[in-house]
Design a binder for this molecule. Structure first.
Ligand SMILES: Nc1ncnc2c1ncn2[C@@H]1O[C@H](COP(=O)(O)OP(=O)(O)OP(=O)(O)O)[C@@H](O)[C@H]1O
Ligand SMILES: [Mg+2]
Length: 639
């Protein structure tokens, strides 16, 4: 059937035609005769209506040369050439689709199945990227069904506890029937591990308590000083079996009072109750035909990170030693476990990076799923040879896709923004991106993730507003002495001088518009980059605070206390704080105070004096010094 005729400007990669048939659709495959190359495959990318006509903008895909290779054309089509709808056999011949594999869906608008090469995915990794609610988990569910049907073992890192729904068949039978598929539950193959208090039918996940000194250091929630590290090494170096009880026993025998901070952190790890001398056997987690879901719902992000790190480390090693079969590992909300530089820290980052670069040698396939591609480590995304992309609208995420995925051009960028639910762009499958109609699920879909607060890198928004700003009894003034430029002024180098007259020094600096400040870990520019909705306004607040040098049983640490509510601030960006009575080594504030000119909109007035705060603090620990300063806090308001 003739769909129209070529008109307007024609190049070797693009052309347009005047649509004369109502059967013309976006993403439709078309065939066009070329005087030099014979029949050439092309695709409708957009339909544009003007007052006079309906125009279809098309991309040229290519033709098969005598060596059976797909080639682009070197001279443009002639004007007025007929455009025909492409025959299925012709499309299949040009883009060489597989007849077997994991059935993901159909080529958009066609009855041509897209079967993923599971062997390729298992060895060369996959990423699934799209904005929230665009259909990532739904599509991953389709893939899980296919993988389970091929009996390949799976581990799913499931921060929102949504995959266990796959145990049950879907109730949406109508669409399945149209696809000639039947509802199916996978209860016999799925085993969920997680918090038994939250859900029935869940097994507790017990990770191996035995670990080497490197792993132990990595798992500790605090950065140890070199003395503390040396102390820990002295205890574990000759230990036959490194486990928490043995370490605690060894540490308690030491004479130094510096041991208490380490004892405290080891006890913290032990009390998480996720480590055990009799861990869940890895052969139970990775078994042919089985899908292990690690349900992290209800677990704090820090502990989720510890679990993912230790679990992946152990299974990767076991796979290398061939103690478990090749398997596929799906990591949902990957930006939390393998964040891009400057967007947070994660213990699991290194092991995920290692699996992404070396997993293929050992048969450990990775599927990285994220709603914020810009926040996932580029090096990890770059290792994924297949990409499934659904609708993305955030300009930074789009930019990161164009930058890191081969085959995604500025033009494809437009396509990605316009994808509807159920459609996905599949890249790296054949030599050009294909739009796929994802098939309906046989099993139940676990629903939509809403736990935005578990993302450690998300800036504070109006819904997560820090409690400094919700206080009612402080007045707000606009700072007068703050200028518009931002310059880093290093503190004086001689520490004695630095401490001599801190008050006078602060005064001098203040006169120049320079203030002692604790800066946010995320810059204003990064907040703008990370936002997935338009920002209306960012207000910079200065919150008066004091940084105390404390001493507890001979160990020195820093504590930051705000002068409005009088709380110990653990993380000002995420509003993590504790009462003064809870002060311990773990209150240690690791960030440095800097002297800097700040562009601030609002300076909060202090409610509590430094003397009063000190008076409270000395009830619980020694105070050796203090510095008054300001926390710089960005309040983000969205449109
Ligand atoms: N291929 C599809 N066919 C039919 N419905 C779909 C499809 N993909 C997604 N949906 C619908 O869209 C909803 C959101 O999809 P899904 O949960 O997969 O989003 P997501 O991208 O994983 O979001 P989040 O990032 O918030 O986890 C689903 O509950 C489902 O109803
Ligand atoms: Mg999801």
């Amino acid at each position: 059937m003739i769909l129209g005729r070529i008109t307007g400007k024609v190049s070797t990669t693009q052309f347009q035609f005047n649509v004369t048939s109502s059967k013309t659709r976006k993403f439709q495959f078309i065939q066009v005769h070329h005087p030099d190359y014979g029949v050439v495959l092309a695709q409708v990318m957009e339909l544009e209506r003007t007052q006079e006509q309906l125009l279809a903008r098309c991309n040229v895909i290519g033709y098969k040369d005598i060596d059976n290779r797909i080639k682009g054309i070197r001279t443009p089509f002639s004007l007025n050439t007929e455009i025909l709808e492409a025959e299925d056999s012709f499309i299949k011949r040009i883009i060489e689709l597989q007849s077997e594999g994991g059935f993901l869906g159909n080529l958009e608008g066609k009855n041509i199945p897209i079967n993923l090469d599971l062997q390729k995915i298992l060895t060369k990794h996959l990423c699934v990227l799209a904005k929230s609610g665009a259909g990532k988990s739904y599509a991953v569910g389709v893939l899980v069904e296919e993988i389970l049907e091929k009996n390949v073992p799976l581990i799913i890192i499931d921060p929102h506890g949504e995959y266990a729904a796959m145990k049950h068949p879907t109730e949406e039978n109508e669409t399945l029937t149209q696809w000639n598929l039947k509802p199916k539950g996978y209860s016999a193959q799925i085993q969920e591990y997680g918090d038994m208090n939250l859900k029935q039918d869940v097994r507790p996940l017990k990770l191996n308590e035995k670990m080497n000194s490197y792993e132990l250091m990595k798992l500790l929630p605090l950065q140890l000083t070199s003395t503390q590290e040396a102390m820990l090494f002295s205890v574990i170096k000759d230990m036959e079996e490194i486990n928490f009880d043995n370490i605690l026993l060894g540490l308690e025998q030491l004479n130094s009072s510096a041991k208490w901070a380490i004892i405290d952190t080891i006890m913290y790890l032990r009390d998480l109750k996720i480590f055990s001398p009799s861990p869940t056997p890895l052969q139970e987690l990775v078994k042919p035909g089985k899908c292990t879901i690690i349900n992290l719902k209800g677990i704090t992000p820090e502990v989720q990170d510890v679990i993912v790190y230790k679990l992946l480390k152990d299974v990767f090693l076991a796979r290398k030693q061939e103690k478990i079969p090749p398997f596929f590992c799906i990591i949902e909300e990957a930006h939390n476990f393998c964040p891009e530089k400057g967007f947070g820290k994660a213990k699991s980052l290194d092991i995920i990076r290692l699996i992404s670069s070396e997993g293929r040698k050992f048969g450990l396939g990775l599927c990285v799923v994220s709603q914020r591609p810009a926040l996932v480590q580029k090096t990890i995304l770059a290792q994924c040879s297949t990409q499934l992309i659904m609708k993305v609208t955030n300009p930074n995420d789009l930019r990161s896709l164009v930058g890191s995925i081969e085959g995604i051009t500025a033009e494809t960028e437009q396509e990605i923004q316009n994808l509807s639910i159920g459609s996905a762009l599949l890249c790296g499958f054949v030599d050009r991106p294909l739009v796929v109609n994802i098939r309906p699920r046989k099993s139940k879909h676990g629903g939509h993730a809403v736990d935005m607060l578990s993302q450690p890198t998300t800036p504070l928004s109006e819904t997560q507003e820090t409690s400094f700003l919700t206080t009612t009894n402080n007045t707000i003034t606009t700072p007068k002495n703050l200028t518009k430029t931002t310059t880093n002024i290093p503190p004086p180098t001689n520490p004695d001088e630095y401490h001599k007259d801190i008050v006078q020094e602060n005064k001098n600096y203040a006169e120049q518009g320079i203030l002692p400040v604790i800066l946010p870990q995320i810059t204003m520019q990064e907040i703008r980059m990370m936002a997935d909705k338009p920002i209306n306004k960012i207000t910079t607040y200065l919150i008066p605070s004091v940084l105390f040098n404390c001493d507890l049983r001979g160990i020195e640490f820093q504590v930051l206390i705000d002068r409005i509510k009088g709380k110990i601030i653990i993380d000002p960006d995420k509003d993590v704080k504790q009462d003064i009575g809870q002060v311990s080594y773990r209150s240690n504030f690791l960030r440095k105070m800097v002297y800097q000119k700040v562009v601030a909109d609002v300076q909060l007035q202090e409610v509590l004096t430094t003397e009063k705060l000190k008076g409270q603090l000395v009830k619980y620990c020694g105070v050796t010094d203090f510095k008054e300063c300001f926390i710089v806090y960005y309040k983000v308001e969205y449109k």
